[in-house]
Design a protein around this ligand. Sequence first.
Ligand code: ADP
Length: 479
Amino acid sequence: MKNILFVASECVPFIKTGGLADVAGALPKSLDKNKYDVRVVLPDYACIPEKYRNEFQYVHHFYMDLGKLGDVYVGIMTCQLDGITYYFIDNQHYFSDPKPYGDIHWDIEKFCYFSKAALAILPVVGFHPDVIHCHDWQTGVLPVMLHTVFKSNPFFHNIRTIMTIHNLKFQGVWDIETMKLYTNLPDDVFITGRMEFKKDANMLKGGLVYADRITTVSDTYAWEIQLPYYGEGLDGLLYAKRNTLSGIVNGIDYDIYNPETDPKIVSNYTAKTVTAGKKKNKMELQKELGLPVDPDVMMIGMITRLTDQKGFDLVEWVIGRLLQSHIQLVVLGTGDDKYENLFRHLEWSHKDKVSSSIYFNDERAHKIYASSDAILMPSRFEPCGLTQLIALRYGTVPIVRETGGLKDTVEPYNEFAQTGTGFSFANYNADEMLASIFYAEQVYYDNRKAWDDMVLRGMAKDFSWNSSAKKYEALYDSL
Ligand code: ADP
């Protein structure tokens, strides 16, 4: 039996802002329970829904030394769900905001505290992990602390660490003096080659330097981040550590995302009934959104954060030409003001073609997956991407840029061999994107048999957690 500890800043079903939460929620459940005792540490955010928080049980509390910040309260709450033990770090000063993240400066202090507390509770709850699996910059200082301020305590010997990068763009960078104050880490940690980064301190870099293994969420992204274009300033370090760096693609939760049983969609369907099923869903959604009801028009969905990462500058560049073609565009997302306003405006100026839902709504997301014929993801970079995996499961054809996980999970359509599960383009270029969309429209309208076959090939792919969990198990065993 191996003990595995996950430390993350978000986790389904408790709290979610992005794909990290899906991974932290699904992966522990997917590991072999006979071989691994998996526990998860999360912040006890006040914004976790009551129905979960009411189930939390108090374990213990103590005061933790945070250097110049003094002794700080650490409460431990716990609950069990699907055979996994969760620990929640309780501290109202840090975790009572209405959202998990906000002001970056405050977030940095918060997650320095959280990372240290996640280690400090272990002797108290009596769990000695063989492996601590850290996720993203919020937990980056944990491996650093393990190898420095916790080193003198024998309880913390023989613990291996893995740092998983879900998105390299976010690193947790602040000036060195402030970071020293929040972490109480020794001076020699803040040198080039350790946490120092362009004269500041970088939490994720600390994790990458001190962790025994680094993983990211697709093979292609693992390779891309060793290049300056994708490396966000850490490409040199990642290249140097490439022998301990690997990519394991995410899965999706096949219980939650299943068109056959999904309670959030109007009409359930299987691969056998997909054509009729999607039409029914489409017509209901068109009614709900105030779009012209027409089962035969090609509906293109976008369910995503509205940011530059997701390729919205490309969409903006060609939107006029795109909307001249016979499609309906259904957008669900929040993000940068300029893109939120762009889509609000488009809904107003193209009522018969565009629907924009500028908020976060899980039910609406499921309905769009079930109703759309295609999903558009022209990302500048995409570590893994879950949206295209969910789309494939719902018989919705992805149109993607060939980067990161999109490249690894969407096989481009080949009209001669009649293979492939989606459409893709290589360069970050709006005209290339538009050409791919027009090509998809052409197949959809003029070669319906080829389109329907592609839908079935996509639905037949297996992106459940099974195979990815096996890869993580192999990684844990190798440590
Ligand atoms: P990222 O983690 O970079 O935001 P992913 O594709 O990995 O992108 O994961 C996004 C997840 O969040 C998907 O499950 C997607 O359906 C969901 N999602 C994104 N925006 C919204 C929204 N506005 N409403 C509901 N779900 C959303």
